[in-house]
Design a protein around this ligand. Structure first.
Ligand code: MN
Length: 253
């Protein structure tokens, strides 16, 4: 059994209140989840008021949980990647003539967040693209592109980390474009099982595409994950940056 939270986008206050209500932190914001596992699907930064505080909170909870025998796990979001590249190689061309700095600002990067400490940039840059928890594969984007980066989770993570951290210019442009794609499994649910089987998983957990946009509601209407593709896919993106309250998903619900 594990807990999971979708895209935070700099709303550290929303993250803290969700974790408090779920009993995973105490009133002072310290880890209270004991040996529990919490997974966050990425997009910690951009759009919201406190990207730096959000990353700091998740890094701190990761250490506190580990000390208590628990786990806080996270995957790399497209916004996390965009901020890393804006910091590390702002003037490199991202494709279509724009630089990583202009691309990041265009998708919601705030100049004040360029004060992000190097240790946080390093942490974001080393986030795995994929994780497996029990029988559940965790990724950020609802896109099957991950499978093009390796046959196993370890290979995919190694190849993506290499592109991000060794500044492979062509690789970065390709990865930035592909991790921004949406709705593969929603539009073509038949892609889900082959993708899962490739990695030996039974279910897929992702964020990246706000649920209300898929079901034609307002962000405030969304209080639980969107489970689709024959119960195989779980979308956790509660549209927090658009006013959604967000939610904590418990895998045994
Ligand atoms: Mn995203």
């Amino acid at each position: 059994m594990f807990y999971a939270v979708g895209d935070i986008h700099g709303y550290s206050d929303v993250l803290l209140s969700l974790l408090y209500k779920a009993g995973l932190i105490n009133m002072r914001g310290a880890w209270a989840g004991g040996a529990a596992t919490l997974v966050l699907v990425g997009d910690f930064v951009d759009r919201g008021p406190d990207s730096i505080g959000t990353v700091a909170t998740v890094m701190r909870l990761q250490e506190e949980a580990a000390a208590a025998g628990g786990r806080v796990l996270a995957t790399l979001g497209n916004h996390d990647l965009a901020l890393v590249l804006a910091k590390r190689c702002p003037d490199v061309r991202a494709g279509d003539g724009e630089t990583y700095m202009t691309f990041w600002e265009w998708i919601g990067g705030a100049r004040a967040d360029l004060a992000i400490p190097d240790a946080q940039v390093e942490w974001l840059a080393r986030l795995p693209a994929m994780l497996m928890i029990e029988d559940t594969l965790v990724i950020h984007a609802d896109s099957s592109f991950y499978a093009d980066y390796g046959k196993t989770i370890e290979q995919v993570n190694r190849n993506i980390a290499r592109i991000v951290n060794e500044q492979d210019v062509a690789g970065m442009a390709e990865l930035s474009r592909r991790i921004s794609q949406h709705q593969d499994f929603w539009v073509k649910p038949e892609r889900t099982i082959p993708f899962l089987e490739r990695f030996g998983a039974r279910r897929l957990l992702h964020g990246h595409t706000p649920i209300h946009k898929l079901i034609g509601r307002t962000p405030d209407d969304v209080r639980k994950p969107l489970i689709y593709a024959g119960q195989r896919c779980i979308n956790l993106d509660g549209g927090i940056y658009l006013g959604g309250r967000g939610f904590v998903y418990a895998s045994d619900e």
